[in-house]
Design a protein around this ligand. Structure first.
Ligand code: NAD
Length: 360
């Protein structure tokens, strides 16, 4: 069976890093069919829109999307709907990508890059599963109005609505449990159930879904405590599942524990497990086209693509092992370079991963 992969390189360093990830996927000889299309600023320049119909059509029929990054300062003055970043929002909406998976994994060789002490973070390996399409970010009503009642009646007030429908909580809880099953079988659901009705409801539903996963150990934590525990003793976590607002904050916090933005992959999935896979960083226009970008986050995103959308765990493991190998061999792109290691460019890092893959 052939799997179609939509390759959307985008802007800035996007094309260079996606090229390396595509080379790695091709080397595995897995019956993948790659189809490339422009997205973001590059698509606006060529077709007048950051997500042209042909790109969207390709993304919808593909089994998975390998995405680089979008955005460039030259497009910052465009009206909002035409800005490169709108392509990501458009893809999320059109494909119903409701689950965002962000691993934060600290390779022992890079333990010094973290702002935490190596003994606290070495061996860190967390996945944050964030709900992506609901919560206070999308709830209505919202706006600015004259306060209808209470202490501030008649004064202008800003307001938003936090809400989650039962089906939304159920489906993200299932992703959380399934992700934990592929790992250490520990799931921590993060909420604010001591204060928020939405969170108490979330917790009740997660407990109900847990009955389908007796092999996964479920715990609950308030978000303020989770934020604290992530910097105090982050290794206690395996998989965290949480809503859109809390996940937005905690996933950035967890990412920074690793100290190296060029190493962090991410996945956004829909109910059919079709997914968009991209590095957690942006298009880094400051280093684009100079062979300086770290391609490993994108290569690791390709591994996630195999694992989560194509159910190909074995080749995904091989890619991750190859990345571990090049780090153990002392190869570093400039963003993670330190004394005693060998500085290499984007292309050479891709070559090294391919070599390690062929040896495995
Ligand atoms: P950024 O992540 O692009 O860059 C932040 C810093 O990290 C820069 O110094 C950059 O050189 C460095 N960096 C990022 N990725 C790297 C890599 N792979 N290797 C080495 N160094 C790397 O964030 P920014 O500068 O705030 O934004 C630049 C553009 O990217 C903006 O237009 C922004 O809107 C866009 N952006 C896009 C996405 C996305 O496509 N998902 C996400 C964030 C930002």
């Amino acid at each position: 069976m052939t799997h179609t992969i939509a390759v959307l390189p985008g802007d800035g360093i996007g094309p260079e890093i996606v090229e390396q990830a595509q080379r790695v996927l091709s080397a595995l000889q897995l019956n993948l069919k790659f189809e490339t299309a422009p997205v973001g600023g590059a698509a606006y320049a060529a077709h007048g829109h950051p997500l042209p119909p042909a790109t969207l059509e390709l993304a919808q029929r593909a089994n998975a999307i390998l995405f680089g990054a979008v955005g460039d300062f030259q497009y910052d003055k465009l009206e909002r709907e035409l800005r490169p970043e709108q392509a990501i929002l458009g893809l999320r909406k059109a494909l119903g990508l409701f689950a965002n998976l962000r691993p934060a994994l600290l390779y022992p060789e890079l333990a010094n890059a973290s702002s935490l002490k190596p003994e606290v973070v070495a061996g860190l390996d967390i996945v944050i599963v964030r709900e992506l399409t609901g919560d206070i970010y999308f709830g209505s009503p919202r706006g600015v109005r004259s306060a209808p009642d209470g202490k501030f009646a008649g004064e202008r007030e800003g307001f938003d609505t936090m809400r989650y429908a039962e089906s939304e909580v159920r489906r993200i809880a299932h992703i959380g449990f399934e992700t934990a099953r592929k790992r250490q079988r520990k799931l921590c659901s993060v909420d604010k159930a001591n204060v928020l009705e939405t969170s108490q409801f979330w917790r009740d539903i997660v407990i109900d879904v847990a009955r389908d996963y007796p092999d996964v150990e479920l715990s609950h934590m308030y978000v303020d405590n989770a934020a604290m525990q992530l910097v105090r003793a982050p290794r206690q976590f395996d998989v965290i599942v949480t809503g859109n607002l809390f996940g937005d904050i905690l996933s950035d916090e967890a990412a920074m524990l690793t100290g190296s933005i060029g190493m962090l992959p991410s996945a956004s999935l829909n109910e059919q497990r079709q997914g968009l896979y991209e590095p957690s960083h942006g298009s880094a226009p400051d280093i684009a086209g100079q062979d300086l970008a770290n391609p490993l986050a994108t290569i690791l995103s390709a591994a996630m693509l195999l694992r989560y959308s194509l159910d190909l765990a074995e080749p995904a493991d091989r890619i991750e092992a190859a990345v571990r190998q090049v780090l153990a061999d002392g190869l570093r792109t400039p963003d993670i370079h330190e004394e005693g290691t060998v500085k290499v460019g984007t292309q050479a890092m891709g070559d090294a991963v391919l070599k390690a893959l062929n040896r495995s």
